[in-house]
Ligand binder design. Sequence first.
Ligand SMILES: Nc1ncnc2c1ncn2[C@@H]1O[C@H](COP(=O)(O)OP(=O)(O)OP(=O)(O)O)[C@@H](O)[C@H]1O
Ligand SMILES: [Mg+2]
Length: 206
Amino acid sequence: MLFDPRPKSTREELFDREGELERLRKAVDEMKPMIALTGVRRIGKTSVLKVFLNEVDVPYVLVDARSLPPNYGLRDLYSVFSSGMSRKGFVEGMKDVLKVVKGLKIAGFEVELSWKGRDAISLSVLFDYLNMRRVIIAVDEAQCFRGPRGRIFLDALAHAYDYDDNISFILTGSEVGLLYEYLGVDNPTSPLYGRSLEAIVLERFT
Ligand SMILES: Nc1ncnc2c1ncn2[C@@H]1O[C@H](COP(=O)(O)OP(=O)(O)OP(=O)(O)O)[C@@H](O)[C@H]1O
Ligand SMILES: [Mg+2]
């Protein structure tokens, strides 16, 4: 259905993005820790990401950072990660890992992370658990993590970059300047300073 206005999720529906899909596959095969998929609005970032994740044989978490409210709080942040894990394929594939995580509850295919109280879990600890398997953590529109709480994801990402070899992060962004400024790989005050980022840019069709 070529006129479907929503993001595509299968290769048959996706027009001419073989090169980008191949670059994503290669970066993931090479266990690259952090991959940025950028391009202007409506260029097909979410579609390419979904088609890739649909085809790859690795459990993945897909977080839609754009669904966060402005000035989001910890509860909102944990809620997008919980939703990102609440998928049949992920829960089934990761069940034996997920069931030992303190601060994570599973009901059917719904995952709920504890964000406060005695059993609250930090994102770094969550990533350390997920790292027991090969996993992809994809964040669509990751620059939407910016804000007063923006540092929480960045710290956890920097931790996972350094310690969790089995996790590859794929971060998309329609505002490439904001995304790179947020990640701050060139900024000595950022936890991600000096880390490498595999950049894939979706260009307009000619
Ligand atoms: N290569 C493609 N083949 C077919 N349809 C496409 C392709 N790329 C994008 N589209 C269509 O264009 C629209 C925008 O795609 P998509 O939502 O994936 O882009 P995006 O870059 O994530 O957009 P946004 O910046 O709004 O998040 C959708 O209707 C999608 O189905
Ligand atoms: Mg999108």
